[in-house]
Structures are given as C-alpha cells and as structure tokens.
Design a protein around this ligand. Structure first.
Ligand SMILES: [Zn+2]
Length: 235
C-alpha cells in the first residue's frame, strides 16, 4: 500500500530529523567548545603578556637611552658650572641640573615600576604556560569525544538514508513533491490520519463530500490531501 510506504517514509524522516536535532545539541559539543575556549583564553593571555613584556622592554631601553643622554648633559653642565663666574649664570645652570635630576628620578621610578610589572607578568606567564599542555589534552579529548558521538549519529543517519532511498523509489515524482512540500509546511510532519471525519493534523472535520473523496482516493491506492491543512491523509 502506498499509504504504508508513506507512513514508513515519514517515520524514517522523523527519525533522521530527530538525529539531526540531537547531533546539533550533543552535550559533547558544548564540552568541546568549553575546552577549546579555555585553551584559547590561555593562549590569548600568553600572547597579551608577551606583547606587554615587549612594550616594557622597549620602554626600559628608551629610558636607559634617555638616562645616558641626561648623564652626558649633567656632566657638560657641571663642567660649565666650574667655569662660570656670574651668579645669575650659575643659578641658571643649577636650575638646569635640578631639572635633569628630577627627570632622572622620574625615569628611575618608571623603570622600577616596569621591572616590577615585568616580574609579575613573568610569573603569570609561567602559570599560564604550565596549564596549556593539560588544556590542549582536554581539548583534544573533548574533540575526539564529540567526533565519536557525531560518527555514531552519522552511522544511524546513513542506515536510515539507505532505507529512505529505498522507500522514495516507490513513489512517483509528484507524490514525493507533495510529501516534501507538506513536510516543509508542517514542521517536518507531512502526514495525518483520519479520526472519523476529523484530520488529526488540523483537527478540522471534512465535509461529507470531502470525506467520500478522500476515501475513494485511498481506495485507489493514491494519497489524499486534507482539504483544510494540506497534510497527506493516511487511513
Ligand atoms: Zn488537516
């Protein structure tokens, strides 16, 4: 009977749909995403620390260069100071030396802060890097568990698809197109049964003439549509 094949096809399609739904929501998928995200957070943090350490290194190098320039300036001003006689000139030189000393102090403070930050970062980087191998392993294990769960579902789908292809071969193209269209319109479930005169899909009663027509169609081993919702009616 065509209607039996239709019911079988619907069962296979529903099973395939359910497997697809389950595949998309596998707990292993969430676990794999969480493991990957944890590993990525560590990698990003390690990269950010390395970038900041490079900045610090550059800042320290620049400060050391400026410090050397300041030392040369100070030596030059101190030599000048020994030769000036005018008090106003000496005062100006003293003021310049004070400015240089203040700048050197600021550079020293900044360098100290940088070195402290660098030491903190080095400690954190060591911790982050120590955690990475275990996170890599956890990520690989979670990915493998997901792949295994997916493969199990895929094998079931493959079996069902074979069965589906076999069933599909029993329908002509237009009956199959009606079925596919009804599935699209009704959330994947194309068929409904008749409960008395009522369609179990839309719960509307068929009129006497509609009911007779559906019965006659079914009797000729063809498939009738519900005149109200378009689902394919099977006895
Ligand atoms: Zn209906």
């Amino acid at each position: 009977m065509l209607s039996d094949d239709l019911v079988a096809l619907q069962e296979v399609d529903t099973a395939i749909d359910q497997l697809g739904f389950r595949r998309a929501r596998l707990p292993e998928r969430e676990a794999a995403a969480a493991a990957a995200s944890q590993r990525d957070v560590s990698r990003k943090r390690a990269a950010a620390i390395a970038a900041r350490q490079a900045e610090i290194e550059a800042a320290v190098a620049a400060a050391e260069k400026e410090g050397a320039d300041l030392t040369r300036q100070r030596e030059r001003l101190q030599a000048q100071l020994k030769t000036v006689i005018a008090p106003r000139e000496a005062e100006a030189l003293m003021h310049e030396l004070e400015t240089i000393a203040a700048r050197r102090d600021a550079l020293d403070d900044a360098e100290l802060e940088h070195l402290e930050e660098d030491a903190r970062l080095a400690g954190e980087l060591a911790e982050v890097e120590a955690a990475v191998p275990a996170q890599d392993d956890a990520q690989a294990a979670a990915a493998a568990a997901l792949a295994a769960a997916e493969a199990e579902i895929d094998a079931e789908v493959a079996t069902l698809t074979e069965r589906r292809n076999e069933l599909v071969g029993r329908f002509d193209a237009s009956a199959l197109a009606d079925y596919e269209a009804a599935r699209r319109h009704h959330g994947g479930v194309a068929i409904a049964r008749l409960d008395g005169r009522q369609c179990t899909g839309c719960h509307m009663d068929l009129s006497t003439s509609e009911f007779e027509r559906v019965k006659a169609t079914a009797a000729s081993d063809a498939i009738a549509e519900c005149p109200n919702c378009g689902r394919l009616l099977v006895p």
